[in-house]
Design a protein around this ligand. Structure first.
Ligand code: UDP
Ligand code: MG
Length: 334
C-alpha cells in the first residue's frame, strides 16, 4: 500500500481536521420536565448566543413524558428554528434518550446535559474552551453531592469504589451525564451496538483525550427526580454486568475453595473412620453442609441468570427506543 492509500484507509472520522468555528449540538433528555423547560431554553439561548459558533441546535428528547413536556418543545420549535425534538413512544429510560439524542445530533461538538437545570448551561463556554485546547471529551464533575440525600451519597460512593475494583474501566466519581464530546467520540459511541447502555462506562471505555471541569450542581428547578433507590440499584447492576465479568468468575474461585475444604474434610473423615471406627451421629454437620452448598449454588445460578438475561436482550436485537414524533427534522419527516 502506498502512503496516500494508507492515509485514506486510516482516515476515519477521528482523524478529520477540526473546524475553527464549530456547529454545536446540545442534547437534552427530558422526562416530565415541563416545569423547567422554559427557563432551560432561555438560559441556553442566552449562553449560546454569546459564543463564537457556526451555529447551534438544541436537541430535546422527550422520554415518554406524561405531562406537557413535548407540547412545550413543539411550541418552542415554532418560535425557535434551532429547536429539534424527538418524542419516544413510551418511557425508555434516560440511557435510551441520550443514545437517541447523540444519534440525532449533527454538530461538530455535542454537549449532553440534564433538563432539570441541575447542569448549569453557563458552564458550556468553559467546556468549549477545553475543546479548543484539544480535549475530545470534557466531563463536568460535581464538586459536592450536597444536593443528594445522605443514603444516596453513601450508596453512590460504595458503587464507585466497588466498580473501580471489579471492572476494567475506571469511572470518574461525581462525573454525571454533563459532558461535551467531539464529533469523533460521538461517532464512536454511536457505533456501539449494545442494548444495555451505561453511559458512564461507555464514555470511559471509548478513551480519547478526556478532561474534567468542576461545577456545583444546582437544586432541581422543578418536579422530582425520577430515580428511586430501586431504579438506581437496577442501574448499578446494569453497569456492573455491562463492564465486568468478575461476578461470574468469582464463583469459580468460591467453587475451588469449597472443593479444597470439603476434600480435606472428607480425607479427615476417612482417616477418622479407619482409626476410631464408624460413628453414626453427624446430622448437624450434614444439614449445615447441604444447606450451605444449596445456598451457594442458588446464588451462583442467580448471577449466571443475570448474564443470560442480558445475552437474551442483546440477542433479541430490539431497537433501543421507538420514536413517535419529530420536530425540526425535515429529512426524516414522515
Ligand atoms: N430522564 C429521562 N428519562 C427517565 C428519567 C430521567 O430522560 O426515565 C431525564 C430527566 O428529564 C433529566 C435527566 O434525565 O433531564 C436526569 O434525571 P433526574 O434529574 O431525574 O436524575 P438525577 O438528577 O436525580 O440523577
Ligand atoms: Mg436531576
Amino acid at each position: 500500500m502506498s502512503r496516500p492509500d494508507l492515509n485514506e484507509a486510516l482516515a476515519t472520522p477521528a482523524v478529520k481536521a477540526r473546524v475553527e468555528r464549530p456547529l454545536l449540538s446540545v442534547v437534552i433528555p427530558l422526562f416530565n420536565e415541563s416545569g423547567s423547560l422554559p427557563a432551560l431554553h432561555a438560559r441556553l439561548r442566552a449562553v449560546l448566543d454569546t459564543m463564537d459558533l457556526a451555529g447551534y441546535e438544541l436537541v430535546f428528547v422527550d422520554d415518554g413524558s406524561r405531562d406537557t413536556t413535548f407540547a412545550e418543545v413543539a411550541a418552542l420549535g415554532v418560535m425557535d428554528p434551532t429547536v429539534r425534538g424527538l418524542r419516544f413512544a413510551r418511557n425508555f429510560g434516560k440511557e435510551a434518550a441520550m443514545a437517541a439524542g447523540l444519534r440525532a445530533a449533527i454538530g461538530d461538538v455535542i454537549v449532553l446535559m440534564d433538563g432539570d437545570l441541575q447542569h448549569p448551561p453557563e458552564l458550556i463556554p468553559e467546556m468549549m474552551a477545553r475543546w479548543h485546547g484539544g480535549a475530545q471529551m470534557v466531563t463536568a464533575v460535581r464538586g459536592s453531592r450536597d444536593t443528594d440525600p445522605w443514603l444516596r451519597r453513601q450508596l453512590s460512593r460504595g458503587f464507585y469504589s466497588l466498580f473501580r475494583r471489579v471492572s476494567e474501566v475506571a469511572l470518574a466519581e461525581g462525573g454525571g451525564d454533563f459532558r461535551l464530546f467531539d464529533r469523533a467520540v460521538v461517532d464512536a459511541i454511536n457505533s456501539l451496538p449494545e442494548r444495555t447502555r451505561f453511559m458512564k462506562g461507555i464514555t470511559s471505555w471509548v478513551g480519547f483525550r478526556q478532561e474534567t471541569v468542576d461545577f456545583e450542581p444546582a437544586e432541581r428547578a422543578a418536579g422530582a427526580s425520577a430515580w428511586s433507590l430501586l431504579r438506581l440499584l437496577r442501574y448499578a447492576i446494569d453497569g456492573f454486568s455491562a463492564f465486568s465479568t468478575l461476578p461470574l468468575r468469582v464463583w469459580s474461585l468460591i467453587g475451588i475453595g469449597m472443593a479444597a475444604l470439603s476434600g480435606t474434610y472428607g480425607l479427615w473423615l476417612v482417616l477418622r473412620t479407619m482409626v476410631w471406627g464408624i460413628d453414626v451421629p453427624g446430622y448437624a454437620s450434614i444439614m449445615v453442609a447441604v444447606l450451605f452448598m444449596g445456598g451457594i449454588q442458588l446464588i451462583s445460578l442467580g448471577v449466571l441468570g443475570e448474564y443470560v438475561g442480558r445475552i437474551f436482550t442483546e440477542v433479541k436485537a430490539r431497537p433501543l427506543y421507538l420514536v413517535s414524533d419529530r420536530i425540526g427534522f425535515q429529512e426524516q419527516a414522515r
